[in-house]
Design a protein around this ligand. Structure first.
Ligand code: SF4
Length: 247
């Protein structure tokens, strides 16, 4: 394909992007060069290692909540901070949870961790985070806010209308000396570690999404990778790697 044809194709291509990847555009240290590369390889970057323990905890977290609802007819006490929750819905699979944003021709996908039903039959969408809510997590807040707002947008087109609330639920590991000293923390085959919920409400603000979607379209349509973030040491290392590989 020639340069102009390639360019024409990029401009008319439908972009497929997850709500989380869209959220990355909102981060203060966002790099358009990295993002252009991610879009070129459909987000399948090499050298990515994600420890399996987090997805095990995530899936156990969901089952713990759902089983409590099933047995007691309401939310576990530690989700009391979510308000008038009366039920839950199985979170939709990403193959069924998507929408086309026509203005920028972007297929937005997602897979929320939790969908709760409120007393007025509206929905609250939540994401679990296995982490302590610290300053480092605040740095990621713009990403999470955009991700949850994208879930709300998709949800309202995929059977969850209306979405009246969004929340981050930090499941914070309880690892202090008090917990380590307790006999209940010990079992025949190992030990028990608790998690304590810290609920952070997120405001609905779809206005946040349009500039992010516009930026995705603009970066995607560039014929060549834009400049990277200034002062990024990784880019220097990458440059060295390419030089070594070329020798
Ligand atoms: S500047 Fe850094 S963040 Fe951007 S492309 Fe290079 S390595 Fe990636």
């Amino acid at each position: 394909m020639t340069g102009p044809e390639e360019r024409e194709k990029r401009v008319t291509d439908r972009i497929r992007i997850s709500a989380k990847t869209l959220g990355a555009v909102a981060l203060p240290d966002f790099c358009p060069r990295c993002f252009w590369i991610r879009l070129c390889v459909n987000d399948k970057l090499p050298f990515q290692i994600f420890p399996g323990i987090f997805s095990s905890i995530d899936s156990y977290n969901k089952r713990i909540v759902h089983r409590w609802f099933d047995r007691h007819g309401g939310p576990p006490p530690w989700l009391g901070g979510l308000g008038d929750i009366v039920g839950y819905r199985e979170p939709p699979h990403f193959s069924k949870f998507n929408m086309v944003q026509e203005e920028f021709n972007i297929l937005l996908t997602g897979a929320p961790d939790a969908v709760f039903v409120r007393a007025d039959r509206s929905h609250l969408i939540a994401d679990y985070k296995t982490a302590k809510h610290t300053g480092a997590q605040d740095r990621l807040l713009p990403l999470y806010e955009a991700q949850l707002n994208a879930y709300a947008l998709i949800g309202e087109q995929c059977g969850l209308k209306p979405v009246s609330g969004l929340a981050l639920i930090y499941m914070e590991p309880v690892t202090d000396d008090g917990a380590a000293d307790q006999d209940e923390s010990h079992r025949e085959d190992g030990f028990v570690m608790g998690f304590s919920a810290n609920i952070i409400p997120v405001s609905r603000d779809e206005g946040k999404l349009r500039p992010l979607l516009a930026r995705v379209r603009q970066i995607h349509d560039l014929a060549a990778a834009p400049a990277g973030r200034s002062g990024c040491k990784d880019c220097g290392l990458l440059h060295q790697l390419i030089q070594v590989a070329g020798t």
